[in-house]
Design a protein around this ligand. Sequence first.
Ligand SMILES: [Zn+2]
Length: 291
Amino acid sequence: MNYIVFDLEFNMFFKFKEGDLANPELKNEIIQIGAVKLNEQLETISSFDLIIKPVIYRRMNPYVRRKTNINTSRVVQGTPFVKAIESFSTWVGEDSVLCSWGHDDILALRDNCLFFGFDDLSFNKFINIQQIYMKYGGLSKQPSLESAVECLAIEIKTPFHDALSDAFYTVDIFRKVYDRSVDAIINWDKVQKENEIKIEALKQLINKAIIRCPQCDRVIEKNGEFTKTKKYFAFGCCTKCDIQIRHISRIIQKNSEYSIVSNNTIIVKSEGLEQTLSENLNRPQLKPELP
Ligand SMILES: [Zn+2]
């Protein structure tokens, strides 16, 4: 069994001119795959590095360009995604475990595979190296790759935010924190599908959310509602308190458990009014001038 430690760089939407729109089907388009193959002793066998030519976000988002040092003229000469992923998949081979720093890269890898109709890559064995590092260090907040490299006193030889360079740093971390006696391999594909079912069930519940007046706690009638991905919005008016209410319910994930968090807030009738109110409160009272 081999370990495939991979890292990705993405390009994403940027409004270059009026009328530019993001493609909701693909938010993060892969522009670089970097990966290192390790044997069971965690020794390096080979590496993989490809620049991918984007077809959705062809021009480099300036923030991404600054961060990764990858410019448009470089990606234009890149390999088309399907060709790149085919060679990656062949290079990965049978009996391999995909490993990455956090969940973002594996999520984006699957999204890109789905978008481009490539289904030969298996996601049923995955190791989240960030999670292992967090357990190792007793951390509750997700650390950046840079901070882990610094904490473990790993020598910085190449720049961060290059997929292959980041994959090598992730390997360095992996070697320091991986305890082979603990089974860290998860069936990511299965977990992902189970999560989707849970989210779907919660979405059904969210639509039945009750909206309450935050002032008198009465259940109030909805006069408008809409759902946006994992969020549900509803509006209403408390006739007793004479206030407008906005309700937001959203699905949150904490330690792989999903739940709904609801919030009712009072809508201030107009920003202008609010401003006037606070201005009046802050302004020193003028005493009437005595004749
Ligand atoms: Zn009320």
